[in-house]
Design a binder for this molecule. Structure first.
Ligand code: GLC
Length: 555
């Protein structure tokens, strides 16, 4: 299988399409939209979790890994979805959340009832002799990472919400349960797996206090034991089928570890999601701040990750958006003056890199953060906690709200805009999150008058037809250019080269063409301001606002 020829589309089921009017998207809704999905010619769809869950963290708190939550549909619906997608050659990727399970899960409930077998599934620790919590660790969603375990003298660890109890992977029974879940879904025809926050499963057996928040992460992130557990899971489940595609969501990971997780000879994962490029608009590395993005740092990160992953034979998932991120268009583009051009530029910048691109539903329409005017429009536990913390730290309600607006995960969870109607054609009921801006941005408009969807179709087609894109090496170009992200792709024989220029700004900078490519006959394979065409390369090109252009040179 050539991972470089694959393109994956992400669907957040709760927000894609509601078939029964309860305001929440569902599996039958997705089935009814297959003709739309088919137009993009993607290879696989990653679905965020739709398993039984109390939904404290929108399904990332799983209470039963083997059943579909009735609010999303039935097992028959799921089987029909898999079968219908198979007819159009689209595979299904499911989200496996094994770092933690819901405190409603039978395992946790049995543990609470005192069953010793299940008590060993979790990190249960006593308070310190002075009564303090077992360690000083913080939950990633705010507050301490420990909560009282029923009316015992124990505490359980939760790196995320208090309803998400961390599973103890040191226990071989836990690892067997994980493989069993994966195999259950493989038997249902699932050929892709996304593993949630996989690199934090390897906590030490003895948990100790951290000295500061940065050091704290090292106590449970990317520990060597994670690799051992992934190898074991690979062998016991998905690794038995060479066509299965896997991706590990890696929190605060490194290039060196990402190479180890993905290089084929290690038999771990097909690829990883890493997030450094999505922190270039954080002040001092802190998410709940507001700051314009640092373009030079963004470029530096892309260049470093691409070159080193290429040299180390690692493989990356390429993406800007997902259900945890505000829309990239708001962060790195210009949704007001150049919505279409900047959406296309951002797409080009990642789609022509080395790796496997992911498209988050609605990205192909150029969707943007909703215009909400009150904190009451938001529902996500993470942003509501953060809002409260910002207020407690002394920010005014206005400032705290401005930060939440730019950083909330609800931004990208807003229902898909199908048409211009009041609920964006998503539901006939009351949508669980309110859409805004659907008058302008929606599927109906996009397919008749828009240019972004069509541009994505071209990018996807190019990945499947141009070996330079799917198989080529990466080389950074114009590294010091303050507006243009430029790179070159080339095959081992160097016979063909692809020069990609992306202007991240609304003005018209010049880009110097690398000397060895000057005066060559070349072919523009994609340009968001014009058609594919033959050209003669000069010594420089002036780019239009948010222009992207990819030029193929045959030596
Ligand atoms: C991942 C998911 C996110 C979830 C968290 C805890 O980061 O993408 O949505 O809240 O893990 O499961």
């Amino acid at each position: 299988m050539n991972l470089g020829k694959k393109v994956i589309y992400q669907i957040y089921p709760k927000s894609f399409y509601d078939s029964d009017g309860d305001g929440i998207g569902d599996l039958r809704g997705i089935i009814s939209k297959i003709p739309y999905i088919a137009k993009l010619n993607i290879d696989m769809i990653w679905f965020n979790p739709f398993f039984v869950s109390p939904q404290h963290d929108n399904g990332y708190d799983i209470a039963d890994y083997y059943r579909i939550d009735p609010r999303f549909g039935t097992m028959e619906d799921f089987e029909e979805l898999v079968a219908k997608l198979k007819e159009i050659n689209v595979g299904v990727m499911l989200d496996m959340v094994f770092n933690h399970c819901s405190t409603d899960h039978e395992w946790f409930q049995k543990a609470l009832a005192g069953d010793p077998k299940y008590m060993k599934y979790f990190y249960l620790r006593k308070a310190k002799p002075n009564g303090d919590l077992p360690t000083n660790w913080q939950s990633k969603f705010g507050g301490p990472a420990w909560k009282k375990f029923g009316d015992t003298d124990l505490y359980y660890l939760h790196l995320y919400d208090k309803s998400q109890a961390d599973l103890d992977w040191h226990n071989p029974d836990v690892r067997k349960e994980a493989a069993k879940v994966v195999n259950f879904w493989r038997d249902k025809g699932v050929t892709g797996f996304r593993f949630d926050v996989l690199n934090v499963i390897g906590k030490d057996e003895v948990l100790v206090d951290s000295t500061d928040p940065v050091q704290e992460k090292t106590l449970y992130t990317d520990t060597p034991i994670v690799q051992k557990y992934i190898k074991e899971l690979n062998q016991a489940s998905f690794g038995q089928d060479s066509e299965t595609i896997t991706v590990g969501e890696m929190s605060s990971t490194s290039i060196a570890n990402s190479i180890e997780y993905t290089k084929p000879e290690n038999h771990e994962l097909s690829m990883v999601f890493s997030f450094h490029h999505l922190k270039v608009d954080y002040e001092n590395g802190q998410k709940w701040t507001k700051k314009p993005f640092d373009f030079m740092e963004l470029k530096r990160l892309f260049n470093e990750w691409q070159s080193k992953m290429d040299q180390g034979d690692g493989w990356q998932a390429l993406f800007w958006n997902n259900h945890d991120q505000p829309w990239a268009l708001n962060r790195f583009g210009d949704p007001v003056n150049y919505r279409e051009k900047s959406a296309e530029m951002l797409a080009t910048a990642t789609h022509l890199l080395r790796g496997t691109p992911y498209i988050y539903m609605g990205e192909e329409l150029g969707m943007i953060d909703p215009h909400y005017y009150s904190i009451h429009n938001y529902v996500d536990v993470e942003c509501l906690n953060a809002y409260q913390e910002l207020i407690d730290e002394g920010h005014s309600a206005h400032d705290a709200f401005e930060i939440v607006k730019t950083k909330s995960r609800d931004n990208s969870r807003v229902p898909m805009h199908w048409d211009a109607s009041q609920n964006a054609g998503f539901t006939v009921g009351k949508p669980w999150l309110k859409p805004t801006d659907q008058q302008e941005i929606n599927v109906e408009n996009e397919l008749t008058d828009g240019e972004i969807f069509n541009y994505y179709q071209k990018l996807i087609h190019l990945r499947k037809t141009e070996d330079l894109i799917s198989d080529g090496h990466f080389q950074a170009e114009l590294e010091d250019h303050p507006q243009v992200f430029a790179y070159r792709r080339y095959l081992d024989n160097q016979a063909e080269q692809l020069l990609v220029l992306n202007n991240f700004y609304g003005y018209e900078p010049w880009a110097i063409i690398p000397e060895d490519l000057q005066n060559k006959n070349a072919h523009v394979i994609i340009d968001n301001y014009g058609e594919a065409r033959d050209i003669k390369l000069k010594d420089a090109i002036q780019l239009k606002p948010y222009q992207s252009i990819a030029i193929k040179i045959t030596k």
